[in-house]
Design a protein around this ligand. Structure first.
Ligand code: TXA
Ligand code: MG
Length: 359
């Protein structure tokens, strides 16, 4: 049985938090909101509890999870030998959506790190998450609260859709703010590499690095061979095949129009920015749109992305068509998740925008 308790996202009721913290302290599993996505938390010092996370999610044991702290001052509980540059980034961005990969402290269950000598750590910027971790009195290991390989959960309903009956409690604090996971970075020899783009943009990270006199972050090519294990190429996947279209706006719209015209009587899902959706109107009744808002307002689009994917997927369309955002700001992380979700990528050539990077 999975209990659900509502909490005020800004001023959580201490008795509700204490109930959840007791579950963590006694080796159970609690899903809770963070500012990025919902996490599935367990005591990071308790090997059996961490094993339960992997079982509930059916997560690959080779995919390490992130350890969450209530406060940057608790860092020695989770990590040791923190390089000065990592410390400076923590001071600048915590609490917030930056995850640092650091040498693992002894008490943290090796299972958390999938056997690696390192551990990924962050301090979430969410009152519920921080109150829970503080009350638990231990670092909280928490991957995203979804079944392995599926889209991350941005609401309590998403958590239940994947994990009902498999975990002890969900703290329902409403939809999460960023809608995308944290940015995971490694710091080595005074250089930062981005292992997973996320809610903290590379531009913001590089701004801080410039102020600190450090070189700009290197973007690691993701995939099984990359520095972040478990970053599978196919991940975040809806059940219906997702077809990701990238290229100049006019070519993308013409391609989509043709694709829709060819399948007028097939249920299809469309995950589109308003600008692209407007060019395809009127849509046929079986072609369902989940609109992300304007491509100029990526914060709003990022917040909606995973919920929109789940919403379209629920209708089991024959395919879901999505358009890649520009690879700037939050667009980089959105494009990363869409590519991992995609069964097929249709590349219609470089974008017309000369500032858009192509990777
Ligand atoms: O925003 C987030 O990061 C959310 C919330 C709940 O905090 N958590 C999250 O966790 O997305 P998860 O487990 O779904 O993703 C963790 C990522 C994985 O890509 C994993 O490969 C990477 O962090 N990671 C964890 N430990 C690592 C390590 N020791 N070295 C390299 N990468 C690591
Ligand atoms: Mg995840």
């Amino acid at each position: 049985m999975t209990d659900v308790l509502s909490v005020d996202p800004e001023r959580p009721d201490p008795t509700v938090i204490e109930r959840a913290a007791l579950i963590i302290r006694t080796g159970g599993l609690v899903a809770f909101p963070t500012e990025t996505v919902y996490g599935l938390g367990a005591d990071a010092f308790n090997d059996d509890a961490v094993a339960r996370i992997f079982a509930a999610k059916e997560r690959d044991p080779a995919d390490p999870v992130i350890v969450h702290l209530a406060d940057a001052g608790d860092l020695p509980l989770a990590a040791r030998d923190v390089p000065p540059l990592a410390r400076a980034l923590a001071e600048r961005f915590w609490p917030g959506p930056l995850t640092l990969v650091l040498p693992r402290a002894e008490r943290v269950s090796p299972r958390v790190s999938a056997g690696l000598p390192t551990v990924a750590v962050r301090v979430p910027a969410h009152a519920v998450a921080r109150a829970l971790i503080h009350a638990a009195g231990v670092p909280v290991a928490a991957p995203s609260a979804n079944r392995f390989g599926r889209t991350s959960a941005t609401t309590a309903a998403h958590v239940l859709a994947d994990l009902d009956g498999r975990i002890d409690l969900v703290l329902d604090g409403g939809p999460t703010f960023h809608g995308l996971e944290s940015t995971v970075v490694a710091v080595e020899d005074g250089r930062v590499s981005v292992l997973r783009p996320g809610a903290l943009t590379v531009e913001a990270l590089n701004g801080a690095l410039a102020e600190l006199g450090a070189p700009p972050a290197e973007l690691r090519r993701s995939g099984p061979s990359a520095g972040s294990p478990g970053l599978l190429d196919r991940h975040y996947a809806p059940r219906s095949p997702l077809i990701l279209v990238r290229g100049p706006a006019a070519a993308v719209r013409a391609w989509l129009k043709e694709a829709l015209d060819a399948r007028p009587d097939t249920p299809l899902g469309l995950l589109l920015f308003d600008e692209d959706a407007a060019a395809l109107q009127p849509l046929r009744p079986l072609h369902r749109l989940a609109a992300l808002g304007s491509r100029r307002e990526l914060a709003g689009a990022a917040r909606k992305l995973f919920a929109a994917m789940r919403e379209l997927d629920a209708a089991s369309p024959a395919a879901i068509y999505a358009v890649e955002p520009d690879l700037e700001g939050l667009g980089l992380a959105m494009a990363d998740r869409l590519r991992r979700a995609a069964a097929e990528v249709v590349d219609l050539g470089p974008r017309e925008d000369p500032t858009a990077r192509t990777a």
